[in-house]
Design a protein around this ligand. Structure first.
Ligand SMILES: Nc1nc2c(ncn2[C@@H]2O[C@H](COP(=O)(O)OP(=O)(O)OP(=O)(O)O)[C@@H](O)[C@H]2O)c(=O)[nH]1
Ligand SMILES: [Mg+2]
Length: 186
């Protein structure tokens, strides 16, 4: 079974740019669009085992509130993007996380919170302090531990224009999804 991973975030934060990075750089990535979704099938070898994921990018026009609950269904992990030069997109990322977990059918799932556009950190007037995002993920992970769930979310700053470590980030998220699922089955 493939793991469904959604890329979510506000308008213009770089969701499609990230999707295209994986399309062009993940070995043997195959585009298999589903209804209203751009979908990429990616196979990664994690700790010696092949894992198949379906990475989904939603065209902005499909993100209307009435469509979202259905699009979230079966999402077992998510990449939540914000734009570090638009701090409101970070605050809104918290909304995306909550909404996705309300409708995915699984409840709390691991997320990779990514602050995109790090290449313009020094040329932008207002940028988000990464400590805010780090603290958010720290608190999320603490709350998961306190509730007995084995969920380890992550935060990174990155850039689709100067991509570094993006396959590693994907593998980290897949690993977190596997650990979470293994625990649920036991
Ligand atoms: N400087 C910079 N620009 C970026 C980066 N990633 C994306 N962009 C630019 O940001 C704009 C929006 O990127 P998209 O990938 O279309 O964003 P999106 O989240 O898919 O947007 P919607 O589908 O409209 O919600 C484009 O002009 C990109 O070239 C980045 O890492 N650095
Ligand atoms: Mg897009």
């Amino acid at each position: 079974m493939a793991y469904k991973i959604l890329i979510l975030g506000d308008y213009g934060v770089g969701k499609t740019s990230l999707y295209n990075f994986y399309k062009n750089n993940a070995p043997e990535a195959q585009e298999k669009p589903a209804l209203k979704l751009k979908q990429l099938e990616i196979t990664r070898r994690i700790d010696g085992e092949e894992q198949v994921i379906h990475l989904c990018d939603i065209p902005a026009k499909e993100l209307a509130a009435k469509n979202r609950p259905r699009l979230y269904q079966d999402t077992i992990g998510a990449i939540i993007l914000f734009d570090i030069s638009r701090p409101d997109t970070f605050r809104h990322a918290l909304f995306w996380i909550e909404e996705m977990m309300n409708y995915n059918g699984f409840g709390k799932v691991p997320i990779a919170l990514l602050g995109n556009k790090s290449d313009i950190r020094y040329s932008s007037e207002r940028v988000l302090n990464p400590i805010d995002a780090q603290q958010f993920i720290y608190r999320l992970n603490r709350a998961a531990i306190a509730s007995g769930a084995n969920i380890e979310s992550l935060f990174h700053e990155m850039s689709t224009k100067e991509p570094k470590g993006l396959l590693g980030i994907l593998d980290q998220l897949i690993r977190a999804i596997i650990h979470h699922n293994v625990e649920k089955k036991n």
